[in-house]
Design a protein around this ligand. Structure first.
Ligand SMILES: Nc1ncnc2c1ncn2[C@@H]1O[C@H](COP(=O)(O)OP(=O)(O)OP(=O)(O)O)[C@@H](O)[C@H]1O
Ligand SMILES: [Mg+2]
Length: 242
């Protein structure tokens, strides 16, 4: 089953095509890696499919239904949620408020996974130790990363895009977030992981897509893609360590 399909999509910033006539599919039920050098268009891909920067050409389908140039709240209702590379939570809100807004207002007909029903359930599932009354300004980077995932889960997605959800975390915190990603996947949610650490990609993902200059450079299992000479060349000088 194909869950997210992008066909001939372009996003341009002035003369720069951050997404350039891109066609790819995210296979349903997988944890799929979306990788590529800095500036290759990964975050723009998230902004494009989530409706924040709609493509100027092409189409985006979620489980066969068009979400091309559809409003972001309707894309969320259709089943697509995402996190941000730089966590975006209002500092003055509490954990409970940040999770509570999508729980209350995301117009989704689906249930939360794993029998969860409250914000406290979602926070616990995501390993958020501070109380629901804790303000976001007081949270550690690790908890902000978990809160981003919790907020996205509260949208009851079918497909979840994680834009560098482990970035800035120490080894132990990163391992815990990786375990959380596996739990979310086991709950039946298709996941797209954007990540620069290839060891994480190799252990977590069944499928990998490589972007370069807004185009699809390579696709396949992580092992095949990471040994592709074209992919290695694209990463050369950018700290590529398979
Ligand atoms: N809002 C914007 N305005 C202008 N240019 C942008 C904007 N967003 C992204 N770009 C440019 O588009 C290209 C792709 O950027 P994008 O952030 O999607 O890359 P990325 O693959 O996520 O990189 P990284 O691995 O560093 O996060 C870059 O050249 C970037 O400078
Ligand atoms: Mg990015």
């Amino acid at each position: 089953m194909t869950s997210l399909a992008v066909t001939n999509c372009t996003v341009a910033f002035g003369g720069l095509k951050a997404i350039d006539d891109l066609t790819l599919t995210i296979p349903g039920g997988t944890i799929t890696a979306l990788i590529g050098p800095n500036g290759s268009g990964k975050s723009t891909f998230c902004n494009m499919v989530s409706g924040q920067i709609p493509p100027v050409t092409g189409s985006v389908l979620l489980d066969g239904a068009s979400i091309t140039r559809v409003r972001t709240d309707r894309i969320v209702a259709a089943g697509l949620a995402r996190t941000y590379q730089v966590p975006r939570v209002p500092r003055e809100l509490t954990i409970g408020e940040v999770i509570g807004v999508p729980l209350r207002y995301a117009r989704s007909s689906r249930d939360l996974p794993r029998g969860m029903s409250t914000g406290a359930d979602v926070a616990r599932f995501c390993g958020l130790a501070p109380s629901l009354d804790t303000r976001c300004a007081e949270l550690s980077v690790s908890d902000l990363r978990r809160l981003e995932i919790a907020r996205a889960l509260a949208c009851k997605p079918r497909v979840l895009l994680l834009d560098e959800a482990m970035a800035g975390l120490g080894h132990e915190d990163a391992e815990q977030v990786i375990a959380l990603v596996r739990e979310v996947h086991a709950a039946g949610i298709t996941i797209v992981v954007i990540e620069h650490v290839m060891r994480i990609i190799a252990s977590l993902c069944q499928h990998a897509l490589v972007l370069n200059n807004g185009r699809l450079l390579s696709e396949g299992t992580p092992a095949v893609v990471l040994s592709d000479p074209v992919v290695r060349e694209a990463y050369l000088g950018k700290g590529f360590a398979p």
